[in-house]
Write a protein that binds this ligand. Structure first.
Ligand code: TYD
Length: 210
């Protein structure tokens, strides 16, 4: 994909459920907008009308893992075509709550989907696009589960998974981060929110983005 020279960046947030991404996404978007940048804030699965319908199905209904992976990528295809690619092409910044790393972590790592199937879907849906930066919120699943419970909201079917599932998801995320240290920044998400906000600002300023 051709990006204009005054290019925005594609930043994704990842981590197990309950890692505290939402607060930090809001803080980063506010900081970037405060610098006068055009920022699109979006999420997966979702971000488009058909994508949000697919999200309802994905979060609400039991299904075969192949179906789950294909629907994640179907929503992603629409999201890229209708939202992400046009924004990046216009030089805007895109901050996205989860992207393809989540499919590798949850469907491949968590559910045991063959990684080759995920590779094939990725090669079909976005052979040329990768996030410029992925912030991985890492914390022990027990702590994440306690946070979800404290939130008091009804857990979706992913949040209802057992501890072992999230151990596998976490391990898969960390393995991807180990393989692509230039793209990933791993955040110790057990710390206080204000410390994490400061760390994210420093990651961006080290790259001369802020
Ligand atoms: P998220 O938006 O983080 O959930 P919430 O709004 O409840 O905090 O993500 C929705 C769920 O979808 C989350 O449990 C992870 C899962 N997911 C996958 O399993 N695979 C994927 O490719 C994506 C994008 C999400």
């Amino acid at each position: 994909m051709n990006r204009p020279t005054t290019s925005g960046r594609f930043i994704t947030f990842e981590g197990i459920d309950g890692a505290g991404k939402s607060t930090q996404i809001a803080a980063l978007v506010e900081a970037l907008r405060g610098r006068g940048l055009n920022v699109l804030c979006t999420r997966e699965p979702g971000g488009t009308e058909p994508g949000e319908k697919l999200r309802e199905v994905l979060l609400g209904m039991e299904m075969h893992v192949d179906t789950e992976a294909m629907l994640m990528f179907a929503a992603r295809r629409e999201h890229l075509a209708a939202v992400i690619e046009p924004a990046l092409a216009a030089g805007n910044w895109v901050v996205c709550d989860r992207f393809t790393d989540a499919t590798y972590a949850y469907q491949v790592g968590g559910r045991g989907l063959d990684a080759a199937r995920c590779d094939a879907l990725e090669a079909w849906v976005h052979p040329h696009i990768r996030p410029d930066l992925t912030l991985l919120f890492d914390l022990p699943p027990a702590l994440a589960a306690a946070r979800i419970e404290a939130n008091g909201t009804n857990p979706d079917r992913f949040e209802q998974e057992r501890r072992g599932f999230f151990e596998r998801v976490r391990a898969a995320y960390l393995e991807r981060a180990r393989r692509e240290p230039g793209r990933f920044h791993v955040i110790d998400a057990a710390r206080e929110p204000h410390e994490i906000t400061r760390e994210i600002a420093s990651v961006l300023s080290k790259r001369s983005w802020l």
